[in-house]
Design a protein around this ligand. Structure first.
Ligand SMILES: CC(C)(COP(=O)(O)OP(=O)(O)OC[C@H]1O[C@@H](n2cnc3c(N)ncnc32)[C@H](O)[C@@H]1OP(=O)(O)O)[C@@H](O)C(=O)NCCC(=O)NCCS
Length: 185
């Protein structure tokens, strides 16, 4: 199949629903964060690969903040869509909701952003189709993704610069007031 120059957001929109079974729970009886991360990676892959028409790999994950616990017996749905495409990369936004089937109560547990890169037959990054934005919502998400990407790049470079000039001995006083103590001299 020849890959088109553009694909609409709706072409790759993906929903994955899974029942939270007891073996997914931690000692506190809530669902392990790692189970949710694995499901998010799975749906991000499905959505990205469908848009790209190629195998994709996960590069970075932004915004993983679990806002509410998920319980055994709840139905978790992961709603994924391509929010942004670069040249070989694309950003998939994933909204995670958990539904109590008895009460019908639905809670929004988190929204996260997976950056994926498409790989060609030679295992090198390969161009992905452009994105046809079908609504103002799609345009908002694309614009937000540009900002997210810019801020993330700025954060990375500023953090690396700050880390490189960190003088531990001179900055030990900054630990005063923190909940730690030194057991070395
Ligand atoms: C991701 C990977 C393909 C990048 O390879 P690379 O040789 O650095 O490729 P490039 O520099 O050409 O970057 C490719 C794209 O990735 C993007 N990218 C690379 N690093 C990134 C980062 N840290 N954050 C966001 N985007 C990134 C680039 O911006 C570029 O996007 P664009 O083509 O849309 O402009 C490579 O590092 C890789 O294969 N990593 C392993 C991924 C993996 O196995 N994931 C599974 C998780 S264990």
């Amino acid at each position: 199949m020849t890959t088109p120059a553009f694909r609409p957001v709706s072409y790759s929109r993906t929903t994955l629903t899974e029942l939270m079974i007891p073996s997914y729970a931690n000692f506190g009886g809530k669902i392990h964060g790692g189970i949710l991360l694995s499901l998010m990676d799975k749906v991000a892959y499905a959505c990205a690969a469908k848009h790209a028409g190629n195998y994709c790999v996960t590069v970075t994950v932004d915004g993983v903040h679990f806002l509410q616990p998920v319980e055994v017996g709840e139905l978790v749905s992961l709603l994924a869509s391509v929010n942004y495409v670069g040249n070989t990369s694309l950003m998939v936004g994933i909204k995670v909701i958990a539904e109590n089937v008895k009460t019908g109560v639905v809670k929004h547990t988190n929204t996260s952003y997976f950056t994926m890169v498409a790989k060609g037959e030679d295992d090198k990054p390969t161009q992905v189709p452009g994105l046809t934005l079908e609504s103002q919502e799609d345009a908002r998400r694309f614009l937000e993704a540009i900002k997210r990407r810019e801020l993330s790049q700025r954060y990375q470079s500023e953090f690396i610069a700050a880390k490189n000039v960190l003088a531990v001995e001179q900055e030990l006083h900054l630990l005063e007031g923190e909940r730690c103590r030194l057991s070395f001299t």
